[in-house]
Design a protein around this ligand. Structure first.
Ligand code: FSX
Ligand code: SF4
Ligand code: F3S
Length: 314
């Protein structure tokens, strides 16, 4: 174990990440997961000395691959650490070398070998009309693949709004009858919505599973409460100026502060459950509202239909 940890920290140092940077990340992850500070060293251990590497089969259906891209570009943990040290990714079309029949054979073999034990991560929505004819891979419909693979997994984690609730594919008129995985198959899934979702919410869900041996507590829409328990509006720094019935403003006048909140530009923060104001993106650099753009409600079910017109107030 000690040897494993030493090798881990040496590897980090070679990448220019100090122990302090790593602990800062673990502190951030612990806080995001809503755990007490006593969990920080335990979370560090999940990365530094993983005891188990659960097999993961990652399915892609109808989507833009922004969810994988977001995760693979997260600054820490580096993709190779996440993939090779914490999880054992057995199948992932974006990053695997195999193609064509070899890829199909890999999927088949992985499902057989890890039957009942693997985590199935799904990215993208599933066409359900016309026997699923609107989406196929290797001559099988998304629906057939999902019906074959998902029930054999230990848990299904939907990454992104598309696999969670249908996303852009399910927007009207939705000719292919696209749905999220839970709806398409009639099963319970863990949903990490967002278009794309914040990688830290996926990492937090996986770490919760590795550390505590169970998936995190979910709301009625299958979302981990640690990330989706509050609205954007409840956590928005642009709101603090309206709190407690008093008009608190750093902007000189009420008019200036009114301009500061993006509600009238169509901000959907009051109707959107997500932790963007706290977790932020790109290593805590910013998030849509901080960058001056109203929240579009990208992590809510049916957001293309329900949240549009995007620039009209709700
Ligand atoms: Fe959907 Fe993910 Fe949006 Fe894209 O794959 S949630 S379209 S960011 O990438 O599924
Ligand atoms: Fe709420 Fe949006 Fe205004 Fe922030 S910018 S306070 S989320 S309406
Ligand atoms: Fe999406 Fe709104 Fe966050 S648009 S990224 S939920 S601020």
């Amino acid at each position: 174990m000690e040897k494993q940890k030493k090798a881990f920290y040496e590897k980090l140092e070679k990448k220019g990440i100090s122990r302090r940077d790593f602990m800062r990340y673990c502190t951030f992850l612990t806080a995001t997961m809503g755990l007490s500070t006593s969990f920080i060293p335990k979370i560090a251990e999940v990365f530094a000395a993983p005891r188990q590497r659960p097999p993961v089969i990652w399915l892609h259906f109808a989507e833009c691959t922004g969810c994988s891209e977001g995760l693979l570009r997260s600054t820490y943990p580096y993709p190779d650490d996440l993939i090779l040290d914490i999880l054992s990714i057995e199948y992932h079309e974006t990053i695997m070398a195999a193609a064509g029949q070899q890829a199909e054979a890999n999927l088949h073999d992985a499902v057989k070998k890890y039957n009942g034990k693997f985590i199935c991560v799904v990215e993208g929505a599933i066409a359900t009309k016309y026997d699923g004819a609107y989406g196929k891979i290797g001559d099988r419909t998304f629906l057939e693949i999902a019906k074959d693979v998902c029930p054999k997994s230990a848990a299904v984690i939907c990454i992104g709004t598309c696999s969670s609730y249908g996303g852009v594919q399910a927007a009207k008129p939705n000719p292919g009858g696209y749905k999220g995985v839970g709806d398409a198959l009639g099963i319970k899934t863990v949903n990490i919505p967002g278009c794309p979702p914040n990688p830290v919410n996926f990492v937090g869900t996986v770490v919760n599973y590795l550390l505590l041996g169970k998936l995190p507590a979910l709301d009625e829409l299958g979302r981990p409460l640690f990330a989706y328990g509050k609205t954007i509006h409840d956590q928005c720094p642009r709101r603090s100026h309206f709190e407690d019935g008093d008009f608190v403003t750093e902007f000189g006048s009420k008019e200036a502060a009114m301009g500061y909140c993006l509600y009238k530009m169509g901000c959907k923060g009051p109707a959107t459950y997500n932790n963007c104001p706290i977790a932020k993106f790109n290593e805590g650099t910013s998030w849509p509202v901080e960058a001056g753009h109203p929240c579009l409600g990208c992590s809510e079910p049916d957001f293309w239909d329900k949240m549009s017109p995007f620039y009209k107030e709700i």
